[in-house]
Design a protein around this ligand. Structure first.
Ligand code: FDA
Length: 300
């Protein structure tokens, strides 16, 4: 981390919470489920799909995970009641992955049961490297038990991802492909922007070749145009993939992708844990902290 980035991350922690809230709320729907539902209705009107994420992670008490499971169920009910074109994204460490894998598995399975009733879908986000194997193991177990309404995430910055994809394509995984948001050591992760971009396009091609449904999660113009090229060369149909972006990020690019006729889904985080979430994200990825500082001083 260079000195300027270190300084930015350091300073942000000492800013008053209300100031952090001012920019954090650009990227978070609000503190309540109703806030997220309101944002989703607005996005759906613009022909944009969504995925809702009730913020929280690294839970250490079973009670908290059970509450998160209940909250996830409410999200699924609410999506159904409001006839929204949206699904649910979850982080396994919120559902007890670090407490007891079996307990986490049963929480996620209960969410999938409700999602299945509504013909809906749950995406398991990918967290930092100590959780990768356990996350994939749980995903593969759910798939082997017949749950088709669940998807996984692959991070292009991780050296292991190519091997993971080899396994996942054999089960026609529904995969979101992203660069990876966590600071990882060089021994296990690509570090340069170019290496990550190249690996992203390589992994995307593997998934497309295997006819897996892919969520192309990026705001990087280079990757979006690389994807457009694949779509054309491989004559892919709109139903074979979707673009995915984070709420509040690169609105012009978002609208352009939709105007070009592609399916696009926005990841909408919400919940009372927005402060801890934002600060953790800034520490993990100082680039995001830079966006925040820019946002503070921009009129956009
Ligand atoms: P890059 O970081 O180069 O960004 C391109 C441009 O987009 C930037 O120049 C900036 O303008 C803008 N931008 C990007 N991120 C921004 C932000 N947060 N705020 C403001 N502007 C921003 N990661 C992970 O490890 N596990 C996961 O499960 C997911 N899930 C996920 C879902 C979705 C829908 C998206 C879009 C992303 C994720 N990610 C993720 C995060 C992902 O790994 C990555 O950290 C970010 O998307 C940033 O990478 P880009 O590909 O956008 O490129």
């Amino acid at each position: 981390m260079n000195l300027v980035n270190q300084l930015i991350v350091f300073v942000i922690q000492f800013l008053p919470k209300r100031l952090v809230k001012r920019f954090a709320m650009r990227y978070i729907a609000g503190e309540k489920l109703d806030d997220a539902i309101r944002v989703m209705k607005f996005l759906n009107l613009k022909n944009i799909m969504g995925t809702l994420d009730g913020l929280g992670e690294n839970v250490s008490m079973k009670e908290e995970s059970l509450l998160a499971t209940q909250a996830g169920e409410e999200v699924l009910h609410s999506i159904n009641e409001n006839h929204l074109n949206a699904n649910l994204s979850i982080k396994l460490t919120q559902f007890g992955l670090k407490i007891d894998e079996e307990f986490c598995y049963s929480n996620v399975r209960s969410l999938l049961g409700i999602a299945r009733r509504y013909n809906n879908f749950v995406r398991i986000d990918m967290e930092d490297s100590p959780t990768t194997s356990a996350t994939l193991k749980l995903y593969e177990r759910l798939r082997s038990e017949g749950y088709e309404n669940v998807g996984v995430v692959i991070q292009a910055n991780m050296r292991r991802s190519e091997g993971d994809i080899q396994r996942l394509i054999s089960m026609k995984a529904n995969a979101r492909l992203c660069k990876g948001a966590y600071m990882e050591p060089e021994a296990i992760a690509f570090k340069s922007r170019e290496e990550i971009q190249l690996n992203y396009l390589k992994l995307l091609k593997m998934l497309f070749d295997a006819k897996c449904y892919v969520g192309i999660a990026t705001h990087d113009d280079f990757l979006v145009s690389g994807t457009y090229q694949y779509i054309q060369e491989m004559n892919l149909q709109k139903a074979d993939y979707e673009f995915q972006m984070l709420y509040g990020v690169k609105i012009k690019l978002r609208d352009q992708i939709v105007a070009d006729g592609h399916r696009l889904r926005i990841y909408v985080p919400f919940g009372k844990h927005w402060y801890a979430y934002s600060i953790r994200r800034f520490k993990e990825n100082p680039q995001i902290a830079r966006y925040v500082i820019n946002a503070l001083f921009s009129r956009d």
